[in-house]
Design a protein around this ligand. Structure first.
Ligand SMILES: Nc1ncnc2c1ncn2[C@@H]1O[C@H](COP(=O)(O)OP(=O)(O)OP(=O)(O)O)[C@@H](O)[C@H]1O
Ligand SMILES: [Mg+2]
Length: 236
């Protein structure tokens, strides 16, 4: 079993959006994935409460119960445990970091979110875990041109030599309408741009979780080059 912690010390960066959509994308691809809502605000529970399979999909939990939950999931044949965490510094979500094979730091392409994510990855790595920054709520490209904020975000992360997912999640209304219907963006519009980017992000994370990743020192540059090929990073 692999465990993924989705985190950000910044409120509203998109932890719950990313955690819920990744979990449901994984299940749609045949991965036995479950979601642990470790945020006392219980946003993931609120979103998913209307679903028929919610009992097997979602666990309401807390930091002190995470280790036991992880072991129970492992014993019952779960492939992937995704943990949605509260907006708090890494020290406050240490239990999630400790049980995670990969910690995804979600960041909007803004100065303060990126600064927080950079700090998060440093702390995660210091704790001996692997960190990855995933950009969320990025403005969509216009006529194939990447908005400057996204270009700058990828560049800043490249220069800091930090691991960044090549797929940026865009700001799209469908992420909000999907939540209002207790659904993932894949279930609302499986061929849509949002579904494609969630599948791509999940694919990258799943490969990393299964050991298919570049050496740490090269990862940011490699990711950036892949991002460029995908049209996600600077083209000029
Ligand atoms: N890519 C996106 N496109 C459009 N809206 C988004 C996107 N990501 C998140 N949102 C919206 O932004 C708001 C905050 O997102 P979300 O609840 O996922 O963030 P969070 O980091 O989990 O917040 P908190 O810190 O409160 O737990 C929600 O209303 C959500 O629907
Ligand atoms: Mg949340």
């Amino acid at each position: 079993m692999k465990t993924l912690a989705v985190m950000s010390r910044k409120g509203g960066a998109g932890k719950t959006t990313v955690a819920v959509n990744l979990t449901l994308a994984a299940r749609a691809m045949g991965v036995r994935a479950v979601l642990a809502d470790a945020d006392p605000m219980r946003s993931a529970c609120e979103v998913l409460k209307g679903r028929d399979e919610a009992p097997g999909l979602l666990f309401e939990t807390s930091a002190s119960k995470l280790f036991a939950l992880t072991e129970a999931c492992r014993r019952s044949g779960v492939d992937l445990l995704v943990i949605d965490t509260p907006a708090a510094p890494e020290a406050d979500v240490a239990e999630a970091v400790k049980v995670a094979d990969l910690c995804v730091a979600v960041a909007r392409p803004t100065y303060l979110d990126l600064a927080a994510a950079v700090l998060s990855v440093a702390v995660i790595q210091r704790l001996g875990r692997e960190g990855l920054i995933a950009l969320n709520q990025c403005p969509p490209t216009r006529a194939g041109v990447e908005p400057p904020a996204v270009v700058k975000a990828f560049e800043a992360l490249r220069f800091a030599n930090l691991p960044v997912a090549p797929t940026a999640i865009r700001s799209r209304l469908v992420y909000q309408t999907a939540f209002a219907r207790a659904r993932s963006v894949l279930e609302i519009d499986s061929g849509g741009a949002a579904a494609q980017e969630v599948r791509a992000l999940f694919g990258d994370i799943w490969r990393r979780l299964n050991g298919e990743r570049p050496a740490a020192a090269a990862s940011a540059n490699d990711d950036l080059r892949r991002g460029m090929r995908l049209g996600l990073a600077p083209t000029a």
